[in-house]
Design a binder for this molecule. Structure first.
Ligand code: NAD
Length: 282
């Protein structure tokens, strides 16, 4: 029987636990989010992050900046947030406008305030399996969901579709750090099906609507669908043809209600963990 991995419920448990811990604090953790321009998807993501932060009892700062902001102006804002003792987590909402180089600004964020874990410092620590201050939220959420359902990782073959810095690469490293045998695939991979069929755990993060069909997966595979695409009727779709594939899987995440809520929960957890590091709380 297939088990649907309930990201929404798992995320709720995590954020409720955080809420109870935050309730006991005199000084609340503060998450600052910088959003540049008016990308509608980014606006929705930022709104959801703010809503969840406030629900938990965090302070939330959203800094909305004009599309044409200069490099110097953005640098100044990040440096001020780094210096501000009341700010515990800084998130720079991606993508940035074309004239701004993502890497420059991600590396400007103090690694101890880098809630997304995208700085070179934290990525390097992750690569070395050496306690980064924060681990990227979506990959961390994937592993947490597998753990929540007691799904074995060690010794199993995991195939990851996608090699982005946000999802594909960090989740591959996390799986490797948990002793999985990891296969990374991408747009230049030849015969993708060969690798998807080899997977005990298949992580789909391509952003290509329903590209994974039933015949592409192994019997009883664990399927994690990270992809989000909006259908013409406005409904969200994943990378996996869920309806036709689910019965062949042992576990599978839905879209929506799978990795999306886990990502936000991990952002909240990262904010609280960074707060504790900054305050010297164990
Ligand atoms: P991206 O566009 O940066 O990377 C996509 C990757 O998929 C690339 O490495 C590319 O090589 C690979 N790819 C694309 N088409 C492929 C194909 N046909 N075969 C093999 N590989 C292919 O995207 P991203 O930021 O990594 O996000 C991936 C998807 O996950 C998107 O749909 C995004 O919206 C979604 N996402 C969801 C969450 C969440 O919280 N649920 C978080 C982050 C990203």
């Amino acid at each position: 029987m297939t088990i649907i991995l309930d990201g929404r419920e798992t995320a709720k448990k995590i954020t409720e636990k955080l809420r109870l811990e935050v309730e006991k604090l005199d000084v609340k953790p503060t998450l600052a989010v910088i959003i540049i321009g008016c990308n509608p998807a980014s606006k929705v993501y930022v709104k959801n992050k703010e809503k969840k932060a406030l629900e938990i009892g965090f302070n939330s700062i959203v800094i909305e900046l004009d599309e044409n902001i200069t490099k110097d102006e953005l640098e100044k804002i990040i440096k001020e947030l780094n210096e501000d003792k009341n700010v515990n987590g800084i998130l720079l909402q991606l993508p940035l406008p074309k004239h701004l180089n993502e890497k420059d600004f991600l590396d400007l964020i103090d690694p101890k305030k880098d809630v997304d874990g995208f700085s070179s410092y934290n990525s390097g620590k992750l690569l070395k399996n050496d306690s980064p201050y924060a681990i990227p939220c979506t990959p961390k959420g994937i592993i947490r969901l597998l753990d929540e359902y007691n799904i074995d990782i060690e010794g199993r073959v995991s195939t990851v579709i996608g090699r982005s810095n946000i999802v594909g690469k960090p989740v591959s490293i996390l799986l490797l750090n948990r002793n999985s045998t990891v296969i990374m695939t991408h747009t230049k991979t030849k015969n993708l099906e060969h690798f998807t069929k080899s997977a005990d755990i298949l992580i789909c993060a391509a952003g290509k609507k329903e590209m994974i069909k039933k015949e592409m997966i192994k019997e009883n595979a664990v399927i994690i669908d990270v992809g989000i695409t909006r259908d013409i009727d406005g409904r969200l779709k994943g990378d996996v043809d869920f309806d036709n594939t689910k019965d062949k899987a042992s576990y599978i995440t839905p879209v929506p209600g799978g990795i999306g809520p886990m990502t936000i929960a991990m952002l909240m957890e990262n904010t609280y963990e960074l707060y504790k590091i900054q305050k010297g709380i164990k």
